[in-house]
Design a protein around this ligand. Structure first.
Ligand code: HEC
Length: 137
């Protein structure tokens, strides 16, 4: 029940300055203000969670083999690719551009979630990453 602490918030949040200014306002205004502050605080707490919406490295490896290596292997219809084929920036650019051979990445090459996993795997193990990986060559 966070609203129970509404009266205490100025002391925690803004220190004496905010408290003094706030006290001059009507109690209704104060309540609204605190509600906004509380909302903002909750929003800020939630933001990192959204930004951290990352794909799965292990699943990405699986889907890279399944969805991409079908063509991108020695003797395949496209040139062999491993995470080492590109730098982190190059992989990010490829996926963020959302294009493969000038066509949109989805849906033939994987669902958006699968593509996010593949991107995560490729970026995590790119040639200039801390853990480069060839994915079986
Ligand atoms: C149906 C076959 C096929 C599949 C599946 C496929 N590709 Fe490709 N890809 C190609 C072809 C053909 C080219 C263009 C010729 C080449 O680069 O070998 C290409 C080009 C590329 C390039 C550009 C190569 C370069 O060096 O710039 C990248 C990167 C790439 N694909 C990544 C992927 C990824 C990641 C996946 C899986 C999500 C994937 N491809 C799935 C056929 C495929």
């Amino acid at each position: 029940m966070p609203l129970l602490f509404v009266g205490d918030l100025p002391i925690f949040n803004g220190g004496p300055c905010v408290a003094t200014c706030a006290i001059k306002r009507s109690s209704k205004g104060l309540k609204m203000r605190m509600r906004t502050l509380l909302g903002l605080a909750l929003l800020l707490m939630a933001l990192p969670a959204v930004a951290q919406q990352k794909g799965s490295d292990t699943k990405g490896k699986f889907y890279f083999k399944k969805n991409c290596k079908s063509c991108h292997v020695d003797g395949g219809s496209a040139k062999p690719l491993t995470p080492l084929s590109k730098t982190q920036a190059q992989w990010k650019k490829l996926f963020e551009g959302g294009k493969h051979k000038g066509e949109p990445f989805t849906p033939k090459l994987g669902t958006p979630v699968q593509l996010l996993d593949i991107k995560t795997f490729l970026v995590n193990h790119a040639s200039d990453s801390p853990q480069p990986e060839t994915c079986g060559g």
